[in-house]
Design a protein around this ligand. Structure first.
Ligand code: SAH
Ligand code: SF4
Length: 373
């Protein structure tokens, strides 16, 4: 039986696991073995770890646990997009979304329950902030998704599904990852660890609204791919759409992007740009972006706005988006337009709201227990 005092091994990267094992008087290679059992093979308890000595398994049973978040919702959209609602404590649940595409599968993970940064076009931002997720709660989303999709090594061997369903992970769910790096970094390290999920550094993308100190730290400690939510070509508009811009304006943001690329030399920054009708989507605004793009190696990803209740914004029309993209492309930039996925189950970008205590509308909050958990 797992006790509250037990260390949750799920959130420990290789360094953390070795430290934990050293405290138990165990060798580093044992730590690696257990890490592999948890993340490559999807072991949920120590009894499954057949090549670990029985006395160590008993010791682990007493001192440690493997505790993922609890799945309280699981829905699949017509396009195959699958969303899980995960309870992380009595008052909070977050969402993770799996997006299958030809030749690859992307898991979108959350890093916080809610968000402090209050971008007005984002459902998570509207709901306010509740707390940071732990590393176990972040990597637990990937662990659970692998479990649900049958692609841990054990289930793959059993012939359930040998395809490696999750080839990419993006930190584009709820929250601002750069404000929770103590948990995001170990989780990202597990994603790229060969004993963990073995994803290439470029297939793990952290998205930020531009929290500069966090960008510098991530560059130092775990330089995975970086996406930056730009959304406006000038400070006046960006101050409104991405309020953190008032603290870290565009010029400083671009300098930080270039510092990041020094640590990730052959990479580029992906600028995300949400298309809001009549707000940031004119050809003149596209031309104004060229000045920014000239300052850093980058690509653009246009995201058609995903509406949610009371947002007050509208999605730009398809023709407007095409024209905007063309201005950038004609200047030689690489531009992709994100396909809207999982709309029917509110799983698209910026629609994730989980079940966080809404500090602005507390009385309307549905307790998680009411979800049948
Ligand atoms: N906090 C981080 C990562 C999570 S949001 C960030 O802001 O980058 C992931 C992406 O979804 C960001 O580019 C964000 O601006 C965008 N987004 C938020 N709300 C949206 C909405 N309603 N429609 C489309 N994109 C949205
Ligand atoms: Fe937070 Fe990102 Fe949403 Fe802005 S867009 S409120 S930074 S989650």
């Amino acid at each position: 039986m797992q006790t509250k005092l037990a260390t949750n091994l799920l959130g420990l990267d290789s360094e953390g696991m070795e430290k934990c094992f050293a405290k138990l008087g165990e060798k580093p290679f044992r730590a690696r073995q257990v890490l592999k059992w948890i993340h490559r093979r999807g072991a949920a308890d120590f009894t499954a770890m057949t090549d670990i000595a029985k006395d160590l398994r008993t010791k682990l049973n007493q001192a440690a646990a493997i505790e993922p978040p609890v799945v309280v919702g699981d829905s699949t959209a017509a396009d195959g997009t699958r969303k899980w609602l995960l309870k992380v404590d009595g008052a909070n649940a977050v969402e993770a979304v799996f997006i299958p595409e030809d030749g690859r599968g992307t898991l979108c993970v959350s890093s916080q329950a809610g968000c402090t940064l209050a971008c007005p076009f984002c459902a998570t931002g509207k709901q306010g902030f509740n707390r940071n997720l732990s590393a176990a709660e972040i990597i637990g989303q990937l662990w659970l998704a692998n479990q649900a999709l049958g692609c841990h090594e054990v289930s793959a061997r059993a012939g359930i599904d040998s395809a490696r369903a999750i080839s990419n992970v993006v930190f584009m769910g709820m929250g601002e990852p750069m404000l929770n790096l103590d948990a995001v970094i170990p989780a990202a390290r597990l994603m790229i660890d060969d004993n963990g999920y073995g994803l290439s550094r470029r297939r793990v993308t952290v998205s930020t609204s531009g929290v500069l100190p966090g960008m510098d730290r991530l560059a130092e400690e775990c330089p995975v791919a970086l996406a930056v939510s730009l959304h406006a070509p000038d400070n006046a508009l960006r101050d409104r759409l991405v309020p953190i811009n008032r603290k870290y304006p565009i010029r400083q943001l671009i300098a930080a992007c270039n510092r990041y690329l020094e640590r990730a030399p052959r990479d580029f920054i992906t600028f995300e740009y949400v298309m809001l009708e009549g707000v940031n989507d004119s050809d003149a605004q596209a031309r104004a972006l060229l000045g920014i793009a000239a300052g850093v190696r980058c690509k653009f990803n246009l995201i058609p706005f995903n509406a949610f209740h009371d947002s007050g914004y509208r999605r730009s029309g398809a023709e407007r988006i095409r024209s905007f993209a063309q201005v950038l492309q004609r200047a030689g930039l690489t531009v992709t337009t994100r396909k809207t996925r999982g709309d029917g189950i509110a799983a698209a970008c910026g629609q994730l709201a989980g079940e966080v205590i809404d500090r602005t509308r507390r009385s309307k909050t549905v307790p998680i227990t009411a979800l049948g958990a």
